[in-house]
Design a protein around this ligand. Structure first.
Ligand code: 6PG
Length: 484
């Protein structure tokens, strides 16, 4: 195989929209980019449609692709997470030399990445699981990138990734997250937070629509207004766009012709499963995942609509609630619930980092999530400041700034949850997040009773508040307490 006169600094395998856009982003930023796709039609399309974006070296075989890369070779895989990724990794690894770098840019499960990194390390290859957030637009114009893998590989990879990532205040939205699966773990939790963020926006919409009786166009204006304040974020911004959209076919608001069953590719589910194993209560993310599942339970819902008794319901006017005040209360409830979801997500990242020895710095995440990614939001600056103030803060909610925010938000939050309950409108994340918040600040929890019950039926023992040790009541005997 003749070596092309010009070699590529980076290569992209998998040229669906995300892969193509990422390749174009590298080319636009002055890099020579080797590109390969199993079906060459996609490679041909990239070159014919966007060949002027910069220097591409199209390859019709993996061997040609490898030959086009300068050393250490750097190849980014942008294919469907799962078996397809393993197949491409094997193809690349068989053709690469020690010191070369394979980057998986898909939404791979972090435990797969840990396995793959170890396998590749045994062959002298670097394996980097990199979360890439921002969708197709982000891949083209600047994503947030969360690379894990060996710190050594970031030395050669970092400058390339920094040249294509989003930039906020002159800082690229990319940094080395930590070893092996750290990057994909953090991306997974990013997606879990995204689910919670989207759900609380949905709950706010539901209340403005069906409690306050506003139209989608009116609600879009409210979201636009909210986007100029504490809730300034990509998801709030696009929500206003979606709610403003009119369906060309019917002339109805688009929102009213969309089937109300939410899809999910799986990263939110993974987040909750991982949190359960780590023992971290990500209640906001969990309720958001379950809300998507429930929305898709079509036959159950059809059987329930109009038949499950709603009980005595009220309306805002019957409750004497002023609509403008209600709208402001909903904004505050949305902000408070969002804060809880982020606090829980960062708790999970801290627990994962401790479990796997990754030493992930939360300040890094608050910094790189300010731009490019789906959860990009102004208040990430505040999260960054909170961790600057105290990187070991027990919970984001206990940071002085956020504690002050909660003082301003909590009364509205309670009013909205009470109101939604009286109107029979579901707010699973608003309400579960408020219960999480109240549990966190409660002096005594019903867990004491659970310990008593566990000791009664399983002799699982309990601890006492007034002395060290584990104790058990001889329930079936004279009910005296013994030290276990
Ligand atoms: C991102 C997004 C992306 C996500 C898709 C679909 O960070 O760019 O989170 O990675 O996978 O948007 O996600 P769901 O199907 O799970 O909603």
């Amino acid at each position: 195989m003749s070596t092309p006169e010009k070699l590529a600094q980076i290569g992209v395998v998998g040229l669906a929209v995300m892969g193509s856009n990422l390749a174009r982003n590298f080319a636009r930023n002055g890099h020579t980019v080797a590109v390969y796709n199993r079906s060459t039609s996609r490679t041909d399309a990239l070159i014919s449609d966007f060949g002027n974006d910069g220097d591409f070296i199209p390859a019709s075989t993996i061997e040609e692709f490898i030959a086009a890369l300068e050393r250490p070779r750097r190849a980014i895989i942008m294919v469907q997470a799962g078996p397809a990724t393993d197949a491409v990794i094997t193809q690349l690894a068989d053709a690469m030399d020690p010191g070369d770098i394979i980057i998986d840019g898909g939404n791979a499960l972090y435990t797969d990445t840990i396995r793959r990194e170890a396998e590749m390390a045994s062959r002298g290859l670097h394996f980097v699981g990199a979360g890439i957030s921002g969708g197709e637009e982000g891949a083209l114009n600047g994503p947030a990138i969360m690379p894990g893998g060996p710190a050594e590989s970031y030395e050669s990879l970092g400058p390339l990734l920094e040249s294509v990532a989003a930039v906020v205040d002159g800082v690229p939205c990319v940094t080395h997250i930590g070893p092996d699966g750290a990057g994909h773990f953090v991306k997974m939790v990013h997606n879990g937070i995204e689910y919670a963020d989207m759900q609380v926006i949905g709950e706010a919409y539901q209340l403005l629509r069906y409690a306050a009786g506003m139209t989608p166009a009116e609600i879009a204006e409210v979201f636009r207004e909210w986007n100029s304040g504490d809730l300034d974020s990509y998801l709030i911004e696009i929500t206003a766009e979606v709610l403003s959209q009119v369906d060309a076919e019917t002339g109805q608001p688009l929102i009213d012709v969309i089937v109300d069953a939410a899809g999910q590719k799986g990263t939110g589910r993974w987040t909750v499963k991982a949190a359960l194993d780590l023992g971290i209560p990500v209640t906001g993310i969990g309720e958001a995942v379950f809300a998507r599942a429930l929305s898709g339970a079509t036959s159950q819902r059809l059987a329930a609509v109009g038949t499950l008794p709603a009980g005595q319901l009220s309306t805002l006017s019957e409750l004497g609630v002023d609509r403008a005040e209600f709208v402001e209360d909903v904004r505050r409830a949305l902000y408070a619930s969002k804060l809880v979801a982020y606090a829980q997500g960062f708790d999970q990242i801290k627990a994962g980092s401790q479990e796997y020895g990754w030493n992930v710095d939360p300040r890094d995440l608050a910094t790189i999530w300010r731009g490019g990614c789906i959860i990009r939001a102004k208040f990430l600056d505040r999260i960054r400041e909170a961790y600057d103030t105290n990187p070991e803060v027990e919970s984001l909610l206990l940071d002085p700034y956020f504690k002050g925010e909660m003082a301003d938000l909590v009364d509205s939050w309670r009013r909205v949850v009470i109101c939604a309950t009286q109107l029979g409108l579901p707010v699973p994340v608003f309400s579960s997040s408020l219960s999480y918040y109240d549990s966190l600040r409660s002096e005594r929890l019903p867990a004491a009773l659970i310990q008593g019950q566990r000791d009664f039926f399983g002799a699982h023992t309990y601890r006492r508040v007034d002395k060290e040790g584990s104790f058990h009541i001889q329930w079936s005997g004279d009910r005296t307490e013994i030290e276990a």
